[in-house]
Design a protein around this ligand. Structure first.
Ligand code: PLP
Length: 463
């Protein structure tokens, strides 16, 4: 064994303890450090590949001095860009143990990891009010969940047309139409990856002043579609967290033949709040469903679930035949269900946080984040320099400058507050805007008020 490696092995408990101390110090300092470090000072001088290593302790010291100070406080309470969760204490513990056990949980040949994942999926199904008709698999994020769901949709189209894209290629389908109101950008990416093409995405009109699809327009678009189609319903759009009317969409199946994929990456968590659960009514009717976990469940990156009612089609797409892997059977191994073959015990962080805090603990996080979004929204509404572009429906505040809302001025505003709060730019209904998305378990009302004050001051000082 390499000498340094052998030394590290001998000192392993001590090294883990040093790493734990560094982690604890990082977390204790989250609130005080800049939320985002300006990109201009962010590149350290390049270092060559070490010829001879100097061990974990030296690597830790180098990381702490060269890279850690440049990382954002995205685990903290005021990183409100994109939709970014943190990691609850239990989720962090689960993630550490995932690496510690270093399982490849992909088959029944060594099955406990798969069983743990299946138990976690059952809990999640319960959390979102899904029936036992849905099976679920862990993937690395909502983009991969959407891609996997749409791959199953592609195979379903084949079933309807008497071909198998998994065997014969996507071209066997001929032209495909994927209908959606305000789809997330990852849907187009998924269609590109799947050989259906970004061009297969057909924009269906949304309701006036909304991002939710107009069900009557969808009805007409389906009537215009020759043959079976795919509908992507959106349960929580990123700009204004608008929800398609899922029961109305599902009811269209009486007249039209389509696969219903729902992107509920973070919107599914509305099911945890009794005041907002109605937004997710009809989620269970989806043929495939995407839910992100590294957002509002507050587990570390990278984690999401793909639910479907047609695991048989999923296995047709992703089966990985090899002499040493078992037959598919009624409960296919995970190796046959997702794009990856090797399968991290990714479910463990989710299992830990659900085991530790349960439904009520996670409901409290969701409700507090929603309350924070409303508090910020109300404060911005009182500020004449700022203007909401949509009502706060759940956990996102979409706003702009009242005077001259140019992309340039919004960038200036965003940069001016960056040490205190991270926001992401967007364009909503043609107007450049900023978004604040609340999904971190650490965020409090005090943070929301601080963000409102910081924004008000900066907006006033903007020339
Ligand atoms: C975040 C998000 C995605 C993509 O998720 P990743 O985890 O970044 O891959 C897809 N759809 C919606 C609605 C999202 O909010």
């Amino acid at each position: 064994m390499d000498r340094t490696l052998a030394d590290d092995l001998a000192r392993l408990p001590e090294l883990l303890d040093a790493t734990r101390r560094a982690a604890a110090a990082t977390l204790a300092g989250l609130d005080a450090r800049p939320v985002v470090v300006p990109p201009v000072d962010s590149l350290p001088d390049p270092e060559p590949l070490p010829e001879h290593g100097t061990g974990t302790e030296a690597a830790l010291a180098a990381f702490e001095s060269r890279w850690a100070p440049r990382l954002s406080a995205s685990a903290g309470p005021r990183y409100l860009g994109f939709v970014t969760g943190g990691a609850t204490p239990a989720a962090l513990a689960g993630d550490w143990l995932t690496a510690t056990h270093d399982q490849n949980s992909n088959s029944a040949l060594d099955g406990a990891g798969q069983d743990l994942e299946r138990e976690t999926v059952t809990w999640l199904r319960d959390l979102f009010g899904l029936s036992a008709a849905h099976t679920g698999t862990f993937v690395s994020g909502a983009t991969m969940s959407n891609t996997t769901g749409l791959a199953i949709a592609r195979e379903w189209l084949g079933e309807r047309l008497g071909v198998s894209p998994a065997e014969d290629g996507a071209a066997a389908l001929g032209p495909v139409r994927v209908l959606s109101g305000a789809p997330h950008s990852s849907i187009a990416k998924a269609l590109s990856v799947l050989g259906l093409g970004r061009g297969s995405l057909v924009a269906v009109p949304t309701l006036p002043g909304r991002e939710a699809v107009d069900p009557a327009a969808l009805d007409r678009a389906l009537a215009d579609t020759p043959g079976p189609a795919v509908v992507v319903a959106n349960a929580g759009t990123v700009n204004t967290v608008d929800f398609d009317d899922l029961p109305a969409i599902a009811a269209l199946r009486e007249r039209h033949d389509f696969w219903l994929h729902t992107d509920a990456a973070f919107g599914a968590f509305a099911a945890l709040s009794p005041d907002h659960a109605h937004l997710t009514a009809g989620l269970d009717a989806s043929d495939s469903l995407c839910v992100d976990l590294h957002k509002w469940l507050n587990v570390p990156y990278d984690s999401a679930v793909q639910f479907t009612r047609r695991q048989d089609l999923q296995a047709r797409v992703f089966q990985n035949s090899a002499a040493y892997l078992g037959p598919l059977g009624d409960h296919p191994d995970l190796v046959h269900l997702t794009p990856e073959n090797s399968h991290r015990l990714r479910a463990l962080a989710a299992w830990f946080t659900l085991r530790a805090y349960g439904r009520t603990g996670h409901r409290e996080i969701v409700e507090r984040d929603i309350a924070c979004a409303h508090a910020l929204g109300a404060a911005l509404e009182r500020d004449p320099a700022l203007r909401l572009l949509a009502p706060v429906r759940l956990n996102v505040v979409c706003f702009t400058l009242t005077e001259r809302p140019t992309a340039e001025r919004l960038t200036a505003l965003r940069r001016a507050v960056e040490a205190d709060v991270f926001l992401t730019p967007t364009v909503y209904a043609g107007t450049p805007a900023l978004r604040a998305a609340f999904s971190n378990w650490r965020t409090t009302r005090a943070d929301a008020h601080r963000v409102a004050e910081t924004l008000s001051t900066a907006a006033k000082e903007l020339t």
